[in-house]
Structures are given as C-alpha cells and as structure tokens.
Write a protein that binds this ligand. Structure first.
Ligand code: UTP
Length: 296
C-alpha cells in the first residue's frame, strides 16, 4: 500500500531552555553549537537527508536569530567572496533550505510541546508530518528520520523513535510498551509520560523524532495541561492510539540529549573527535593537560 508522502517537518524551538540558563537567557537553546554547527542545523540536515521539502519552525521570544540563521547574509557572503573563502561560502549556502521552503510561526507562550506542535496546524494542513526536537542530537548512519521514513513507507500510521534507558531513568521520559514486530517497526500498545519506575511498561523512551498524522491537531486542540503543567504531546498521542496505529522504531545509532549539560558536553567531545580537521589538534591539547591519554 502506498502511504501519503511525508514532505513537511516541524521543529518546535519555542521552549525556555531553563536547564541551560544563563546561556539561554537571550539566545535560543537550539542555537547552542556542537563543534561549529548549531543544534537546529543538525536537525534540519537530518530532515533534508530524509527527503523533507518544507521546514516549519515554531518559534517564540528571542528566537529571531533562528530565522536569520536560515536566511542569506549578503554582507557576510560578499566579504567571504572578496577574501576568497570559497569553501566557507559554499558551506553556508549548502546549509540553507531552498527559497520558499521554510515557514515560521509563533508560540506566544511556552505552554508545552503539545501546544507548540498545535501552533503549526495551519501550515502543515491535512498531511502527515515529521516532528524533530532539535535538542536531541543523533549520531547515526543513515539519520534517524531517514530510518523512520523507510519504516513508514511499509507501515504508514504514526511513528515514534525509541531507545532503551536504564530502568531507574524512565521517570524523566515518555515511555512506550512494545507489542509485536521487529526493532525497525513494532506495534506500540501503550504510552505514558514520565511514569514512576514501578509503573513504567518498559524502559523504551520516546526520543525526539516522530511521524504523525494530521488528526493529532484536533486532539491537541482539546488538550488540557498534563504532567508538569504543560500541554503534553504524549497525552494527545495516547488518545490518537485508540483510532490509529502507532509504530515504534528502535533506531540504530547514538543519541545526545543536548537540552541537558552532560549530553551537550559529551556531544561536543564526540563530534570533535569525529572530525578529521579537529581530532588530532583537540587530542594533542587534551593530552597536554593530562586528559584523555587513552584516546588516540
Ligand atoms: P524541552 O522540554 O526539552 O525544552 O522541549 P525546554 O522547555 O525549552 O527546556 P527546559 O526543560 O526548560 O530546559 C523539547 C523541545 O520542545 C520545544 C523546545 O524548544 C525543545 O526544542 N518546546 C518546549 C516548545 O517549542 N514549546 C514549549 O512550550 C516547550
């Protein structure tokens, strides 16, 4: 069966980023850099690799800089050109989605992820869409969204990327219960937001990548505040599960929760060591400090 293609991705970037204050007081969390690329750029790159054509950003206060990041900077480009910095210029241009392929809408108040997604309803319209939380960074080949699209082409429905965490950590996340099917696509039989470890149906967490059907918007419209006083996406997904299929994709790869300091710092070290142009110099500096001698 042919399923309606996923052409649009939504990036909610209107959160307060309180775990990163004061860095995020005037700057959005999604512009924090892992090595030399902002988190939001990694998420957009992942979406492009998966065939996404339309990029919808749900922004909030202080987020104008994200709009600027995905715009051309003629002054900068002219200067780079004049200085013969051809590679930097080519890279800047490559990072941009094509003209007319980005949309920005505002979540005037950070009422929760569910509310942020709902703010994209008119732009997305009546079609399935991908949802990427840019503070979750994935090191995988191919990207996690591409892995999910491959499954979606077989299964259709709603998809959620999942990964395992130690059982004692489940209360920080949305958790799914696993039904029949392989790692690349199994039936989800239950979902619960931030359960107590003793109530959790598994240790599989919802990890920041989704493919959703547009019916989710109607449910989000009716949503009242859930865990943490926020309008929770998981609550709306639970309701949608009564009438539609939800598939879990246990993706191949590693994740870094860059909304938290440890995840962000770890990502910077790992991504720096992945980079041929940085690795040796970075290691040499660490070794001088007596750190990381076992890495070479
Ligand atoms: P988080 O809960 O990780 O982000 O939301 P946060 O609220 O900004 O961070 P802390 O907990 O205060 O440190 C995951 C994603 O959802 C977006 C965030 O911007 C982030 O990309 N989000 C969250 C919104 O767009 N609006 C909201 O009301 C809440």
């Amino acid at each position: 069966m042919v399923h309606k293609r996923v052409r649009t991705a939504v990036f909610p970037v209107a959160g307060l980023g309180t775990r990163f204050l004061p860095a995020t007081k005037a700057m959005p969390k999604e512009m924090l850099t892992v090595v030399d690329r902002p988190l939001i750029q990694y998420a957009v790159d992942e979406a492009r690799e998966a065939g996404i054509e339309h990029f919808v950003f749900v922004t909030g206060r202080n987020k104008g800089v994200i709009e600027d990041h995905f715009d051309r900077q003629f002054e900068l480009e002219t200067t780079l050109e004049a200085r013969g910095k051809v590679e930097a210029l080519a890279e800047l241009r490559m990072d941009l989605p094509s003209a007319g392929r980005t949309s920005f809408t505002r979540q005037q108040e950070p009422l929760g992820l569910g509310h942020a997604v709902w703010c994209a309803r008119d732009i997305v319209g009546d079609q399935p869409f991908a949802l990427l939380l840019p503070d979750m960074l994935f090191r995988s080949e191919p990207g996690v969204l591409k892995q999910m699209i491959e499954t979606y082409e077989e299964t259709g429905g709603n998809l959620v990327a999942v990964e395992e965490v130690p059982p004692e950590d489940v209360s920080s996340y949305g958790i799914v219960a696993r039904g029949e099917g392989p790692d690349e696509g199994f039936r989800i039989t239950q979902m619960v937001e931030k359960p107590k470890p003793e109530d959790a149906p598994s240790n599989l967490i919802i990890s920041g990548r989704y493919i959703l059907q547009p019916e989710i918007f109607n449910l989000l419209a009716e949503q009242t505040k859930g865990a943490g006083g926020e309008i929770q996406l998981t609550d709306a997904m639970q309701t949608l599960m009564r009438s539609q299929t939800f598939i879990g994709v246990k993706y191949r790869g590693q994740s870094f929760d860059c909304g938290a300091k440890i995840g962000f710092l770890t990502a910077n070290v790992v991504y720096a060591l992945d980079r041929e142009d940085i690795r040796d110099g970075f290691l040499a500096e660490l070794h001088k400090l007596g750190v990381g001698r076992e890495i070479n």
